[in-house]
Design a protein around this ligand. Structure first.
Ligand SMILES: [Zn+2]
Length: 312
């Protein structure tokens, strides 16, 4: 049974607008991040925030439950419709955040369980008014960053909001970027459905393996397929990236937590990750590289098949 899982993904994404948070007037610009290369030289290039990656993992997770093979996995009213109101309930026709014990929140919603939540002020429920209740995420994401030895580019394009009245035509500019990118992510599987305050009890889990916990784990793993395909940011209505996955490195453990892998933004991340992981780690790899310790798979689906098989 899996306890901890890490992904290191390198992919080419052409003509995307996955993070267009920088808006000024009628110009929407893609976010540019500053960072250092391996020689310490300052660089800047388009990047996509880890918050965005986490959001899109959450979206894939939700869609797989609402429309896929995991319909029995429960979601609260907020997570069912993709509103970041966790835990959410419709009361009197209005969706609102509700105070619940962590056990109740985790039992009634897989997204609240895996992606966590923060109830800043509780007006009712088990905790006193004014206190906070939070559950930390089990899914962690880096930013999507350009690969250091490759060029990344972006370009402004003028669009026009079309109207039958020529006087109301409104030109606006958007930036689109292209490049090779990498991200890392970790899924703390052993802590899915775990209520940490109950550690030491005979059963600290809110739900059992046989009553839905394994399905939550499987759907959390399956959601990564969508991120690898480039389904991980904004402007998907008109700028789905031309994605071309290059390498996928997975590290998993059936005995305990793992460190994060070395980022695929660095050229030698595979041997350095192999050298970092503790004994008992299994490494899976898809791509053109020559890993020394990782089990090389023919397809990305082969990686997912092994991971899902290890959940049982
Ligand atoms: Zn929820």
């Amino acid at each position: 049974m899996l306890k901890f899982l890490c992904f290191a993904v390198k992919t080419q994404l052409n003509v995307h607008d996955l993070n267009n948070e920088a808006v000024a007037g009628n110009v929407t610009d893609i976010r540019i991040m500053e960072f250092l290369d391996e020689k310490g030289q300052r660089q800047e290039a388009p990047a996509v925030s880890g918050r965005m990656l986490k959001h899109w993992h959450c979206e894939a997770f939700r869609h797989l439950i609402n429309h896929g093979a995991y319909k029995d996995v429960p979601l609260c009213d907020g997570c069912k419709v993709g509103e970041p109101i966790r835990p959410g309930e419709i009361r009197d026709g209005t969706l609102r955040q509700v105070a619940k014990s962590e056990s109740d929140a985790v039992t009634s919603c897989a997204v609240c369980d895996v992606h966590g939540y923060l109830i800043a002020r509780q007006a009712e429920g088990e905790q006193e008014a004014g206190t906070s209740a939070r559950r930390t995420t089990r899914a962690m994401f880096s930013w999507l960053m350009p690969v250091l030895d490759k060029e990344a580019i972006s370009r402004q394009v003028i669009h026009n909001r079309v109207s039958s009245d020529p006087g109301t035509m409104m030109p606006f500019s958007k930036a689109y970027a292209s490049g090779f990118y990498g991200f890392i992510s970790a899924l703390d599987i052993d802590r899915i459905a775990l209520i940490e305050s109950k550690l030491g009890n005979s059963n600290p889990y809110a739900i059992e393996d046989g009553t839905g916990r394994k399905d939550r784990i499987k759907v959390a793993i399956e959601a990564y397929r969508y991120l690898i395909s480039g389904h991980l940011g904004a402007s998907l209505s008109h700028a789905v990236p031309h994605g071309n996955p290059i390498e996928v490195l997975v590290a998993y453990s059936e005995s305990g937590p793992l460190p994060f892998p070395v980022s695929p933004m660095y050229p030698d991340y595979v041997p350095r990750t192999e050298g970092l992981m503790p004994a008992g780690t299994t490494l899976l790899y898809w791509g053109d590289g020559m890993p020394s310790k990782a089990n090389v798979k023919n397809t990305i689906d082969d990686i997912f098949s092994e991971l899902i098989g290890r959940v049982g």
